[in-house]
Design a protein around this ligand. Structure first.
Ligand code: PHE
Length: 337
């Protein structure tokens, strides 16, 4: 009768061990403890053999526990899936330590910029890092051999491709794709963001590689006033405060009129009254640029702007040197982690 009890506990606990991922606790099960307690209550003659059987049971159970533990462990060190954010093979996600990495400040801020413009209704498109002479110049109303091309001195591959010197290289694509939207009664509203490249000597305010964000808006009634409102709205959202803005005439072949857009450096960011910071170039899209994309310039009008991302971020955080961004120095990067 008593040995039956041992068999019963054995069956029960072996079953539990087999189906557990961390079975060691089961060795402390009350059922097993009850068997040990039973020993002292038995007639003296039976104690020894019953005690031995209970000990054997315990050994058998702890062997079973070890077998299960080993198989759980070998499963968890099996294949390393480098694409999984946790350790593969484990029963529950065992997350890999993430302390090493953080987003680059430019990525972080670019996401903020994109977020503000998409909330205003602009679609966001990444710009290309290699483009054609056509998108860089011809489609933007730069005549062949015109000196305005000199302002965009960039690199060229042996095949004649160009790492773009500004995100305006995306304008023609945006306009061409948006043409159908216009004809269906809608507007074109898109921003394009990405890396641009210039043949520059590097110093605290110049880099050969930097980021720009470009905006393009076309409708039957777009105005310069709408553009200034859009830009002011953006800068005020980005810096979280009201700002004074001003413009002055500037020349870009792809806009007419063309403007430089400046904001007054906010006192909260260390600015003095009357201290203006030029943030970007902008203007009404030149009719030739619209026509190049097949858009009727007598019916539709648009505005465009483009400017550097680093400049925005430097002002926001009081960063004094553009070279910090590409220097890969952890001391700098961790301030934004
Ligand atoms: N692409 C110009 C630059 O980088 C800026 C610009 C964009 C000006 C769009 C007008 C319209 O200098």
């Amino acid at each position: 009768m008593v040995t039956n009890k041992i068999d019963e506990v054995k069956r029960l606990l072996l079953e539990r061990i087999a189906s557990s991922e961390s079975p060691r606790e089961i060795l402390k099960a009350p059922e097993l403890k009850a068997l040990y307690d039973e020993i002292s209550r038995l007639p003296v003659a039976e104690r020894a053999s019953f005690g031995r059987s209970v000990n054997e049971l315990r050994t058998e159970l702890s062997d079973a526990v070890e077998t299960v533990e080993q198989s759980v462990q070998s499963k968890s060190i099996q294949p390393l899936d480098v694409t999984a954010p946790w350790q593969a093979g484990g029963s529950k996600p065992d997350f890999l330590p993430m302390i090493q990495g953080s987003q680059h400040p430019l990525t972080m801020e670019l996401e903020e910029v994109i977020d503000i413009f998409t909330r205003m209704g602009f679609e966001a498109i990444e710009s290309r890092q290699i483009d054609s002479d056509f998108n860089m110049f011809s489609a933007l109303n730069f005549p062949e051999n015109h000196p305005a091309r000199d302002g965009y001195d960039t690199f060229r591959t042996e095949e004649g491709f160009i790492p773009p010197a500004h995100t305006s290289t995306m304008q023609h694509r945006i306009l061409k794709q948006g043409k159908l939207k216009l004809e269906a009664g809608g507007d074109i509203a898109a921003i394009s963001y990405g890396r641009v490249f210039r043949n520059e000597d590097v110093d605290a305010t110049h880099e050969h590689t930097f980021y720009q964000v470009e905006g393009v808006f076309v409708s039957e009634s777009a105005t310069l006033g709408q553009m200034l409102g859009t830009l002011r709205g953006f800068f005020e959202a980005y810096y979280g405060q009201e700002l004074k803005i001003k413009t002055q005439p500037a020349y870009f072949p792809f806009v007419e009129p063309g403007l430089e857009f400046a904001i007054e450096k906010p006192a909260a960011l260390g600015g003095q009254p009357g201290e203006w910071l030029e943030m970007l170039g902008c203007g009404m899209i030149h009719p030739n640029v619209l026509e190049m994309a097949g858009i009727d310039s007598r019916r539709y009008r648009g505005f465009a702007w483009g400017g550097g991302v680093e400049r925005l971020v430097m002002l926001k955080y009081g960063i004094d040197d553009l070279r910090h961004f590409e220097a890969a120095r952890l001391k700098f990067l961790r301030k934004f982690a």
